[in-house]
Design a protein around this ligand. Structure first.
Ligand code: GTR
Length: 349
């Protein structure tokens, strides 16, 4: 199968053959996605983290729950947002799962906190609304620190949520128990799109798990299936998730100079798991699988294993967790559930 645009062709036409060339190509892809889709990734600022509250009772006493405030320094003003950290009472380095989620409360239907802790993982929990609101208002939360310039490439909300995740990691990565080789980012749906864009830019994440991220997440548009979300629809309904330039593709989606295998390729050479749900036609599971096939050459160019799964669409509760880019289709609907987490934890190991 041929994937367009050609991942392994540099802007000047040179074929990518080496890891060094792939790294250069990765920079071109990030620039392309900034310009046409997500907007410029907002710059880092100095960050301070403070534990403001601590409980030893989390998960029946198997974990400490730390309420952390992340203060981002914008000169005269700071932007402060909370992170909740579940830290298992085990010795030594621990893998850290960073989750950006929809609920203020981590004890919600999407997060099996006890099971995560029982498996030895620490969990850093961010509520996306604490970074900025999910609408077209750019005067609230972190968004107000990134004034709109009218350049067409001002970050959309996905870019601003992603920036918040990276600022939390500025603090979290300083904690001495963090196993930086197993620092992972997880997001579901629009926050799966956010996780992909964040990790594409933030090389500290060694693992990324996108769950049901769909259109403008992990779904390759060149293989769109009936019932799936389209660029025209997402640009119309959620214009503020993206930069203004993205609006050009609302009427002419076929002219967009990028597709989602290029976003996945920006995660290489690190490890990526694309998780889908069989009954989630809107996120187009089959096209999510194809995007993994299409992105695989980026891993291979880095000398990694790439995608080792099937090219034929998987059935329900099937996939391949081997390889550095993995895909799995679980049974059920659009949801971030226990079985998704079991996959993430098996993948990260
Ligand atoms: C839908 C949107 C999808 C997906 C989802 C979600 O309405 O069309 O792209 O992001 O929301 O985030 O739950």
């Amino acid at each position: 199968m041929r994937f367009e645009p050609d991942l392994l062709r540099m802007n000047d036409g040179t074929a990518v053959k080496t890891a060094a060339q792939m790294e250069q190509r990765r920079q071109e892809l990030l620039a392309l996605l900034e310009e046409h889709a997500y907007g410029a990734f907002p710059a880092a600022v100095p960050v301070r983290g403070t534990i403001v509250n601590e409980s030893a009772r989390a998960c029946s006493g198997d974990a400490r729950l730390c309420d952390i405030e992340i203060a981002c320094d914008f000169g005269k003003e700071s932007f402060v947002f909370p992170v909740k950290l579940f830290l298992p009472n085990t010795n030594g380095k621990k893998p850290l799962l960073v989750l950006i989620n929809f609920s203020k409360d981590p004890y919600c239907e999407y997060v099996p906190v006890e099971e995560i802790v029982d498996n030895g993982f620490a969990l850093a929990y961010l509520y996306y609304g604490d970074i900025t609101v999910d609408d077209g208002d750019f005067s609230k939360g972190a968004a107000r620190f990134f004034p709109r310039t009218g350049s067409g490439r001002d970050p959309g909300k996905i870019g601003i949520w992603a920036w918040g995740v990276s600022r939390a990691v500025d603090y979290l990565e300083t904690l001495e128990w963090v196993d930086e080789k197993r620092l992972a980012l997880i997001g579901h749906s629009r926050l799966g799109k956010t996780a992909l864009w964040c990790a594409a830019n933030d090389m500290r994440f060694q693992y990324v798990c996108s769950n049901d991220s769909g259109c403008m997440g992990a779904a390759y548009r060149g293989t769109w299936h009936a019932g799936g979300e389209t660029v025209s629809s997402i640009a119309r309904v959620f214009p503020y998730w993206f930069c203004e330039n993205f609006q050009k593709y609302k009427e002419a989606p076929g002219t967009a100079p990028f597709d989602q295998h290029l976003l996945l390729a920006c995660i290489a050479p690190r490890k990526l798991l694309v998780n889908s749900a069989a009954l989630d036609a809107w996120a187009d599971p089959v096209s999510e699988q194809y995007a993994c096939v299409g992105a695989s050459p980026a891993w291979e160019a880095y000398g990694k294993r790439g995608y080792l799964g099937s090219e034929k669409p998987y059935g329900t509760d099937e996939g391949c967790l081997q390889g550095d880019i993995a895909y799995y289709k679980r049974r059920g609907v659009h949801f971030l559930g226990r079985r998704d987490w079991l996959n993430f934890m098996a993948f990260i190991g």
